[in-house]
Design a protein around this ligand. Sequence first.
Ligand code: GDP
Length: 297
Amino acid sequence: LVRLRGRLSRSQSVFGKSLLAVLARDRLDEDAWEEIEDSLIAADVGVEATHEIVGRLRERTKVLGTRNPTELRALLAAELVEALDPTLDRSLNVAGKPSVLLVVGVNGSGKTTTCGKIARVLIADGHTVLLGAADTFRAAASEQLATWAGRVGAEVVRGPEGADPASVAFDAVKKGVDTGVDTVLVDTAGRLQNKVGLMDELGKVKRVVEKQGPVDETLLVLDATTGQNGLEQARVFTEVVDVTGVVLTKLDGTAKGGIVIAVQRKLGIPVKLVGLGEGPDDLAPFEPAAFVDALVG
Ligand code: GDP
């Protein structure tokens, strides 16, 4: 939690401080409630979610007759946790043998980095991991994934530059099956020229992979710093492939940690992991209560 707090310090400054200052006022009048709404919206929680959260908070505050800032903070935290649906299963499904995880998202969102970090976590857990470099469009992507593989102790399967992503994905899973590794992570290309193109490409990757067994997880990597606009792009991916979990990256680089709430609400898919930096250990499981606690200080 301390680590999470440190990493979310920028979010905290927007979210926590202004909000807590309002909650500490003697009177919670209309202006105060409006300011609370404004700080949630400024933190990228999203307009609809903010109205709901603040509506419920007002109701609870009235019913309980609460004035104490500490209690108000706890009530707000409880509403934020509730908005994140704490009952969702956020564990990574790595039960298959090998388990196959597709990693999708727009270029620059942090897919390759996330593949490396997930491999790191799984290897630390005693798994063997193979990384498939199916992002064959970005010149450096395959090189970058190979570097990550070396760094964390994973195997890597690469194709020549410009190779068919589906054929590299197929080769990676085949090698995973043949050599008996525990998990194959497939890094895909995120070219978003249009929905049909994306559907063709990712659909094909998925189909060839499924010839050898089920895909256990399709993780959508989303850059937290792109805010509400990034959400619209992300939605296209959820329409094209069956996304089972979201990895929200670069939370360390935004003052708007509330985006987690907007993402989960708009996409209806659990945020499973969060990226908190560029290093191999900068990935954390997403736990609503701990996250909200770090956010509201
Ligand atoms: P891809 O094109 O989706 O594969 O994206 P990359 O993995 O190449 O990442 C793009 C940039 O974002 C790189 O400079 C990464 O180091 C950086 N990056 C990825 N995840 C995080 C994160 O959680 N925090 C920060 N600060 N940077 C990140």
